[in-house]
Each structure stands twice: as structure tokens, then as C-alpha cells.
Design a binder for this molecule. Structure first.
Ligand code: GLU
Length: 322
């Protein structure tokens, strides 16, 4: 169903664990941005990886979002049901002559001395980019190939992606230098996150993407794919990560900060959201507030004002956070 509203945002969680304070903050900001301007929200479950037992986590995620009052108008869509769309988009890239099979093992990739892209992915050294047809056939007989997208050389302007992030301002990435040829499909046949997210954002009419700062470095690859596939470009906002007072990024290891612990300790969504809003600067204090109340005073300026990571140092419901 297509939205009549010009603003469409999304939640796009990967169901690999219980929602955590950092995920809640990113989801809250995405929801506030859309709801404060009368937009629509789509829920998409990013369950592409068949190695993950996603069912139980998905059920908990839907329940946690509902408990928080972060509702959605469309979905949940499941990426596992949408493989045909990813296949069609990949065929399009192949027809444009932009992809090539890659037979490198994980060990070979990490042994290559290329520097690492900002998200920790090794920059591909291009080993399989120029294999002859005979070499491809010989290797394909031994092991399944992944599929890579060849990015333009550094001096080609088409491979320089510039965009303005709503929180972190102007960004510029030279694909050849900063990420290299990247995967669109893994060797086990699973489509890559970068491809799936771009296909889905376009198919679902998403006009604004708001997500954690850790995904800022993926945006250039996604924008590049949008251009190749002729899709519209949504706006991007990357929200600050939550850190402990010692600077450590909060993670799923902090059990007391996942929704199970938080629901127990705060008791109500108003208590939890009010405290989170006070801590992150979305509200002037930590008084209990519903998500809808927070939407009334939401502005991106509040997020920008705290973009140098949000330190979670207060005691949550009596228990120390770190
Ligand atoms: N599924 C990703 C995650 O949970 C988010 C993808 C996105 O927002 O683009 O980290």
C-alpha cells in the first residue's frame, strides 16, 4: 500500500537479539521524526541471514516496539519473503556489466594487506576482478562464488558520493578508496545487506532513513546502488551512539540495558522513555513521557546538539548502568 503522505520512515531491525537501549534510541528518533510531521512508519524485519534463529527475536521486537508506543502503519515486511526482488535488482546490475564473481575465502580477504573501510570491512584488493572466463570456470567448479559490484576508479566522479547527513552534516566518500568493490551477494547465496536495504527502501517508498551512527559509512554504497538502479534517494540521518562513562560503546553484552532488563526496572514505557529522553537531550528533564508527548517537542536540532555520543551515566531505576 503506498502512502498518501510525503514523509515515510522505517524501522529496519535485524532480529539477532533483544532490543537494546541504543536500538531503542535510534527507533525512537526515527519514529519522532516521522510522527512529529504527520508521516507514515513502515516496519521491516531484516532477517536475511538464515544462520540466525530470528523467529523468537522478531516476536519480542514487535512486542517491545508496541510496549514503547512506537507504532507503525505498514508491515511487518520480512526480507526472507522478498528474495525475488533482490534477485531482479542483482540481474539488473549484472546486465549493466557491473558485477563479477569473487572466489576469495574469508582468510584470503583478511590476509590481503588493504586498509580497512571505516566499518571494519577489508577494502577488497580486486583479486577476482580481472579473471578470464577460463579462470572463472575453473574456480567455479571448486567453490561457489560471491558476487561483487565493481566501483568506478577513484578519479571517476561517478564513484565519489556526496550527501548531507541530517545530524553529521556534509559527507563525501570515494568508493574506490574508502570501501572498494563490495558484495551484493554472499557465496552462500544470501543477498548482502547493502543491496537488500536499497531495494526495500525504494519499494516501500521510504523518504527518510534514520538509524545508528554505525551505519553512516554504509550510506555512500547505498546511494551508489540507488543511482545504478534508478531509485530515488531518501534523506539520511545517523543518530549518536550511546556510550558508557568510560567511552565504551554500549552493546548487547550489557544485559541490564536490553528490553528485558529495562522493562523490569522502569515498569512503564513512560518512565523508560522519559529517562532516555532526559539523558539524550530530547527532553529538558527525565520526567515520565509518552512517545506522543515527545513528538510534540521533537526537533532534529535536539539530536544534533548531542551528536558527540550520548553518555549514559545516570542510574536507571536505582541500578548503576556501567
Ligand atoms: N538492520 C540494520 C540493523 O539492525 C539496520 C539497517 C538500516 O537501518 O539500514 O542494524
Amino acid at each position: 500500500m503506498k502512502s498518501a503522505s510525503p514523509i515515510v520512515g522505517r524501522f529496519a531491525p535485524t532480529p539477532s537479539g533483544r532490543m537494546h537501549l541504543g536500538n531503542i534510541y535510534a527507533a525512537l528518533v526515527a519514529w519522532l521524526s516521522v510522527r512529529s510531521r504527520g508521516g507514515r512508519m513502515v516496519l521491516r524485519i531484516e532477517d536475511l541471514d538464515p544462520r540466525t534463529q530470528s523467529g523468537p527475536w522478531t516476536a519480542l521486537m514487535l512486542d517491545d516496539l508496541s510496549w514503547l508506543g512506537l507504532d507503525w502503519d505498514e508491515g511487518p515486511y520480512y526480507q526472507r519473503d522478498r528474495i525475488e526482488l533482490y534477485r531482479t535488482a542483482t540481474e539488473n546490475l549484472c546486465r549493466q556489466g557491473l558485477t563479477y564473481p569473487c572466489f576469495c575465502t574469508r582468510a584470503e580477504l583478511h590476509a590481503a594487506s588493504a586498509p580497512h573501510a571505516s566499518d571494519g570491512t577489508p577494502i577488497y584488493a580486486g583479486t577476482c576482478r580481472h579473471l578470464s572466463e577460463a579462470e572463472v570456470a575453473a574456480r567455479a567448479a571448486k567453490r561457489p562464488a560471491a558476487l561483487r559490484l565493481a566501483v568506478p576508479p577513484a578519479e571517476d566522479p561517478a564513484g565519489t558520493i556526496a550527501f548531507t547527513d541530517r545530524v553529521f552534516g556534509p559527507q563525501r566518500e570515494v568508493l574506490a578508496r574508502d570501501c572498494g568493490d563490495f558484495l551484493v551477494r554472499r557465496s552462500d547465496g544470501v543477498y548482502a545487506y547493502q543491496l537488500a536495504v536499497v531495494v526495500d527502501d525504494a519499494a516501500m517508498g521510504i523518504t527518510e532513513v534514520a538509524r545508528g551512527h554505525d551505519l553512516l559509512s554504509s550510506s555512500a554504497r547505498q546511494i551508489y546502488l540507488q543511482r545504478l538502479l534508478g531509485y530515488p534517494e531518501p534523506s539520511y540521518a545517523h543518530v549518536p551512539l550511546l556510550v558508557a562513562p568510560d567511552g565504551r560503546r554500549l552493546s548487547k553484552r550489557d544485559r541490564d540495558l536490553d528490553m528485558e532488563g529495562l522493562r523490569e526496572r522502569f515498569g512503564t514505557a513512560e518512565n523508560l522513555l522519559g529517562w532516555l529522553a532526559g539523558t539524550s537531550g530530547l527532553a529538558p528533564d527525565s520526567a515520565p513521557r509518552t512517545a506522543s508527548e515527545l513528538a510534540e517537542c521533537f526537533s532534529w536540532d535536539l539530536v544534533r546538539a548531542h551528536r558527540n555520543d550520548i553518555v549514559v551515566h545516570e542510574e536507571a531505576a536505582g541500578a548503576p548502568i556501567a
